[in-house]
Design a binder for this molecule. Structure first.
Ligand code: ZN
Length: 70
């Protein structure tokens, strides 16, 4: 039995499998480069649009809930 389980995560930037260890400085990213790429994407439109879609979905669901009950 291994003394610690090896956890593999997917790098959010390049989708490469990354070992989740105490020594990996950039987790969940595989490298500093990928970490910086992702931080740059957060500032871009792509993430803003995704956030807006999620918010409007939740909003419309809660908005028609009372109507269904009565
Ligand atoms: Zn990566």
């Amino acid at each position: 039995m291994p003394d610690k389980a090896e956890l593999i995560v997917q790098c959010p930037s390049c989708k490469k499998p990354v070992k989740w260890t105490a020594s990996s400085k950039f987790k969940p990213f595989c490298s500093e480069r990928c970490r910086l790429i992702d931080l740059g994407e957060w500032a871009s439109e792509r993430h803003v649009i995704q956030g807006e879609e999620l918010t409007s979905d939740v909003f419309s669901e809660t908005a028609h809930l009372p109507l269904d009950r009565d």
